[in-house]
Design a protein around this ligand. Structure first.
Ligand SMILES: Cc1ncc(COP(=O)(O)O)c(C=O)c1O
Length: 379
């Protein structure tokens, strides 16, 4: 068993993606060619939105959206501390302040009742995140933002292919943003996509991603401060094939998640991901939580034990408010967001990718049970 190496994640690249890259390499259009718009069109159609804008990363996409919405210094955004750091960093990048709101303990998304209380006249938008791909609560978050007449920016970087009450992740907000780092449902190596029905917002994002040029304008005329956040045709070509394969990819990931659930159902010290009946999950990662008698120290020891047995695993995600930068910047401390902290202390992201076999899952589960047993015995 010890010979087996099981990575935390692994991209699913077939010969079709390889060939698509080779085909682009044989043209003169390595960037700003036809593949970018083709990828955008496939994405636009999949989500049923009016506009899709390809960018160089999920972070770049969120940054463009905030700039396009005119968010800047002095503004506040209500958001979650239980996320990958980029969802808060983009708020800082435009000079605004993230106002964290604790999470709800089943979906692990922002608690909408608490978000309601956090909104003041300084709040210029709500930035919601679909934690681990779960869009539960996004209807309510969108309604909350609408009641306050502020935009809802939907960070769907982890949620491509998920839906809630028949509505696809990425389509709840004024704009949605996806990310294509290699651990995501689909990858382009690096990349991201902004989706929206707001034409003006899409045009501004197109300008921000392209050095502030107006779409269709002159190459050497720059209307606003912009960035190079473009996606190359090489990356887009991978994305086109991955989008064609998305149904198969989502299904494979559902199979792996289902297998984990079956094998862990009877483990009393594990809380499995809670998905409500109205959610269709496109799994990003498979994160289990330890029950209350085990703490962060136990969790870290379990991670070490698993890694020592060549099993990739991680503590997704440490709370953002306790990251050194945010703690220093705003004086946050332990106890500020207790649900987030309680959950984050006990999470274990298990190996998760499309081709994980039943036998590999058995090995992971075996080692996990063993590691938990050792910690309990030591108490
Ligand atoms: C919730 C969330 N937001 C933003 C990002 C940033 O995406 P990227 O790494 O493509 O910049 C990620 C992923 O890495 C993420 O998980």
């Amino acid at each position: 068993m010890d010979e087996i190496q099981i990575p935390l994640s692994s991209p699913d690249i077939t010969e079709a993606e390889v060939q698509a890259v080779v085909d682009v390499m044989r043209t003169r259009h390595l960037s700003l060619g036809p593949k970018g718009p083709e990828f955008e069109e496939a994405f636009r159609q999949f989500l049923g939105v009016d506009h899709a804008v390809a960018v160089s990363s999920g972070t770049a996409g969120l940054h463009c959206c905030l700039m396009a919405l005119g968010i800047g210094p002095g503004d506040e955004l209500v958001t979650t501390p239980f996320s990958f750091i980029a969802s808060s960093n983009v708020i800082k990048m435009v000079g605004a302040k993230p106002v964290f709101v604790d999470i709800e303990s089943t979906s692990l998304n922002m608690d909408v009742a608490k978000a309601q209380k956090a909104i003041t006249e300084k709040t210029k938008a709500v930035l919601g995140v679909e934690a681990f791909g779960n869009p539960q609560g996004m209807h309510e978050t969108a309604m909350l933002a609408a009641r306050h007449e502020i935009p809802f920016i939907e960070d769907s970087c982890e949620a491509l292919g998920s839906s809630h009450k028949g509505r696809k992740a990425g389509t709840f907000g004024r704009c949605g943003v996806f990310g294509f780092y290699p651990n995501k449902q689909i990858t382009t190596g690096e990349g991201g996509m902004i989706v929206t029905n707001d034409r003006k917002l899409a045009e501004l994002c197109r300008s921000y991603r392209n050095q502030g040029r107006d779409p269709g304008g002159s190459w050497l005329s720059h209307e606003r401060l912009g960035y190079n956040y473009r996606m190359s045709d090489i990356n887009a070509a991978i994305g086109i094939v991955q989008m064609q394969r998305l149904p198969e990819i989502v299904e494979a990931r559902q199979r792996v998640a289902h297998d984990y659930v079956q094998q862990l159902l009877d483990e009393p010290h594990i809380i499995l991901p809670t998905i409500d009946e109205e959610t269709v999950m496109s799994w990003f990662v498979f994160v289990v939580r330890l029950t209350g008698e085990l703490d962060a120290g136990d969790r870290d020891a379990i991670l070490t034990y698993m890694r020592n047995h060549h099993i990739g695993c991680s503590n997704y995600f440490p709370p953002i408010h306790l990251q050194p930068f945010y703690a220093r910047e705003y004086g946050y401390k332990r106890g500020d967001f207790p649900v987030t902290e309680y959950v984050a202390d006990r999470t274990i992201a298990l190996p998760f990718h499309n081709r994980l076999t039943h036998m590999e899952i058995e090995v992971v589960v075996h080692r996990l049970r063993e590691a938990i047993g050792r910690r309990l015995a030591a108490k």
